[in-house]
Design a protein around this ligand. Structure first.
Ligand SMILES: Cc1cc2nc3c(=O)[nH]c(=O)nc-3n(C[C@H](O)[C@H](O)[C@H](O)COP(=O)(O)OP(=O)(O)OC[C@H]3O[C@@H](n4cnc5c(N)ncnc54)[C@H](O)[C@@H]3O)c2cc1C
Length: 324
């Protein structure tokens, strides 16, 4: 797996270009938001003393209005920086895409970090979180450039200024924070039959809630919280099989682990550990379970095995990547 190289200040090898959030493996909101806050504080320090930004240039341009970007933008505003923030969709779009009923917990994956910066975050369902964050953006006079993805970032070696190119136009900035998450790039399994089923809308890489799937035989592939939460939701009205390539679940929250154990013990779901899909077909899916091939038929498929980095964009921008 490739990850971007950043220094302890979260600056990339491109001077003045910072990364924060899940793009550098921050696995929960607090860690992502705290990183954004620290970067904005650092930029304020660097900008201080070098005079106001020239006409038409912002001090800090932020790509991505998730928790990392929003906390950075609120902090930058509070510190008097000229800041602008862009999102390919809209504020907190990753969070809004999660299933209805999801409660965001600050102690997700055992995290206990205290919050830094203005961003409000307590245990809350999606609508509350979204309303609070929208209100905070308004209070701070922050206007988010919606539906405007960043497509390239070029640093002028002579002036040190960035030209940031979006789908609409280009902007000039002294510092750039890229915190675009990974949500746009779900990881495929890469086995035969997968693209065809995805094309026919039988195979999905996102789980948006159980409402659309009813009385079906469903295969969920994955061993993380996304897969677990999908299984729990889908099991209310469907026959669900969960396939995971490892022998035990290592990354689940205690709540999700307990929910899976309970459903499995009651025979409501079928958990196949040490299993891997070999090929997909609407009529027969071939799985290898403990090395033995088995054939099953499913109506719908959810491949929830995480997200890939936006590698192409990172390489174009000049961010160094390392294999881990
Ligand atoms: C199933 C699941 C459950 C979770 N539950 C919890 C929980 O309970 N508690 C918790 O603390 N954490 C939880 N997390 C983790 C949390 O969602 C992430 O840590 C957090 O969203 C990371 O924030 P971010 O700002 O880095 O990225 P994101 O929230 O992904 O935001 C990135 C933003 O960038 C935008 N973007 C993407 N590409 C571009 C582009 N080219 N130009 C401009 N904008 C772009 C996106 O539209 C998005 O709005 C969960 C994650 C998952 C998958």
């Amino acid at each position: 797996m490739k990850v971007p190289v950043v220094d302890p200040n979260l600056e990339t090898k491109v001077p003045g270009l910072y990364l924060a959030g899940s793009i550098i493996e921050a696995e929960c909101i607090r860690v992502a938001a705290n990183q954004g806050h620290r970067i904005a504080k650092r930029v304020a320090l660097l900008v201080n003393g070098s005079g106001p930004a020239p006409e038409g240039v912002v001090d800090l341009l932020i790509a991505g209005a998730g928790p990392a970007g929003l906390n950075a933008a609120l902090t930058a505003k509070a510190l008097g920086l000229k800041v602008s923030i862009f999102d390919q969709y809209f504020l907190a779009s990753t969070i809004l895409a999660m299933p209805d009923g999801k409660i965001f917990e600050p102690n997700y994956k055992g995290n206990n970090d205290p919050g830094e910066g203005p961003l409000w975050f307590e245990s809350a369902p999606i609508p509350i979180l979204h309303t609070k964050w929208t209100d905070q953006a308004r209070e701070y006079g922050l206007s988010i450039n919606d539906n405007e993805p960043i497509t390239n970032i070029i640093r002028d070696k002579d002036t040190g200024l960035f030209e940031v190119i979006t789908s609409c136009r280009s902007y000039s900035a002294r510092f750039v924070l890229l915190c675009i998450g990974k949500s746009g790039h779900p990881r495929p399994l890469g086995v035969p039959g997968e693209p065809e089923l995805a094309y026919r809308k039988k195979l999905h890489y996102r789980f948006r809630g159980p409402e659309t799937v009813n009385s079906k035989d469903v295969l969920v592939v994955g061993g993380g919280n996304t897969a677990a939460e999908a299984v729990v939701g889908l099991s209310k009205k469907n026959h669900v099989t969960l396939s995971y390539r490892k022998g035990e679940f290592e990354r689940l929250t205690p709540k999700n682990k307990a929910a899976l154990d309970e459903l499995s013990n009651m025979g409501i779901i079928h958990v196949m550990l040490n299993s891997e899909v070999e090929s997909f077909d609407e009529e027969k899916t071939i799985l290898k379970v403990n090395g033995q091939p088995i054939v099953r038929r499913f109506d719908e498929f959810f491949i929830l095995i995480g997200f890939e980095l936006p590698i192409e964009l990172l390489m174009k921008i000049g961010v160094e990547l390392k294999e881990i």
